[in-house]
Ligand binder design. Sequence first.
Ligand code: SF4
Ligand code: SF4
Length: 75
Amino acid sequence: MKRGKVTIDRERCKGCYLCVRSCPFKVLEADTVMAPSGVYPSVFAHPEKCTACTSCYQMCPDAAITVFELEEGEQ
Ligand code: SF4
Ligand code: SF4
């Protein structure tokens, strides 16, 4: 199975959690640390489960998510 890495722009994220709900593998969670904007952004909480499916990326209304597909052995 493919492996992925997700980055979330904490300044763009508005904390709607559509990405959290859209992830089939429950990789993303709401952060416990508030961003300067006053929201709790989503975070890449369980990297080992990410398959680079891009579901979270497609759901984000604020283009805050980037998905990278990892090569074998890459972190
Ligand atoms: S790319 Fe897919 S598996 Fe990875 S966090 Fe996003 S929705 Fe979840
Ligand atoms: S869908 Fe986008 S704006 Fe909404 S919580 Fe996820 S990263 Fe933030």
